[in-house]
Design a protein around this ligand. Structure first.
Ligand SMILES: C[S@@+](CC[C@H](N)C(=O)[O-])C[C@H]1O[C@@H](n2cnc3c(N)ncnc32)[C@H](O)[C@@H]1O
Length: 259
């Protein structure tokens, strides 16, 4: 089923996720793009990862996929030199990619966008479309038993307040152990943790691009976080309530896997 979420969620991930240049550089190191390699940036959004790969290695054969027409349009604008037929606007699960056809498939902050029972289907499809020595590179939030429910509830509240109704229903933020189990079930080998991406959630950073610049909604989100946040996690996650901004740490990781 097509989700409208990202047709209305037009944001800059560099801003709301506070992405640091050294983490972007690490991602390119993890991908390690080489001339003539066929690389798929799946769940590409506005194509930021694909664009960084091209800057590093202009001779890759880059393909991009996203289910949102709005995001694909942004990606086309950002990557004007890529042939238009390399932008595949469809659910990844439905897209018609040939078996064993890509050297590398990248999914950055995309796996958690599909429902829990579809995450293994996505991983199996990546495995199928990769060439025999192909690599799968993932960047995503890696939750634990302690943090999963808290994160799911906070992001669901943020999505509700932002009016991203479809995202409230569809997203499943997984734990790292669930992710690793799915990757193994899909057949991936040599699953390597490449980098820990330190991410500090900041409610204030969601104000302009997600909460419609509405300070009341930001206050509602802050109140929600204050009430939900368990005391025993405050120190561990470096929780800080600055009044109009509630901040805490979350872990994202980059994984590289082989077929
Ligand atoms: C959080 S964004 C990440 C975008 C990009 N990878 C980045 O990190 O800059 C997730 C993207 O996944 C897309 N998406 C969600 N479900 C999808 C699916 N089933 N197939 C393809 N794209 C999907 C959304 O439209 C959105 O653009």
């Amino acid at each position: 089923m097509k989700k409208e979420g990202f047709d209305v969620r037009v944001v800059s991930y560099e801003h709301i996720h506070n992405i640091q240049p050294e983490d972007e550089e690490a991602m390119i190191k993890a991908i390690n793009p080489k001339p003539k390699e066929k690389v798929l940036d799946a769940f590409c959004g506005y194509g930021a990862v694909g664009r960084n790969c091209l800057e590093k290695e202009p001779k890759i054969d880059l393909w991009l996929n996203d289910e949102s027409e709005v995001q694909i349009k942004r990606a086309k604008n950002n990557l004007s030199k890529i042939p238009k037929n390399h932008f595949i606007c469809s659910e990844f699960e439905e897209a018609n990619f040939l078996n064993s056809s890509f050297d590398k498939v990248i999914i950055k902050m995309g796996l958690h966008e599909v429902p829990k029972n579809e995450q293994l289907i996505v991983a199996k499809k990546v495995f199928r479309i990769l060439k025999p020595k192909g690599k799968f590179i993932v960047w995503d939030i890696m939750l634990t038993k302690e943090t999963q429910l808290l994160w799911q509830e906070i992001i669901r509240k943020k999505d509700e307040l932002s009016g991203f109704d479809m995202l409230v229903k569809e997203r499943y933020f997984f734990r790292e152990d669930e992710f690793l189990s799915n990757m193994k079930k899909a057949g991936f080998k040599k699953i390597k943790e490449f980098r820990i991406v330190k991410y500090r959630f900041s409610s204030r950073k969601r104000l302009e691009q997600e909460l419609h610049n509405d300070k009341k909604r930001l206050e509602q989100l802050n109140e929600f976080i204050r009430k939900k946040f368990p005391d025993n996690l405050k120190k561990k996650l470096n929780y800080n309530d600055l009044g109009d901004d509630v901040q805490f740490n979350t872990i994202k990781k980059i994984f590289v896997m082989g077929k």
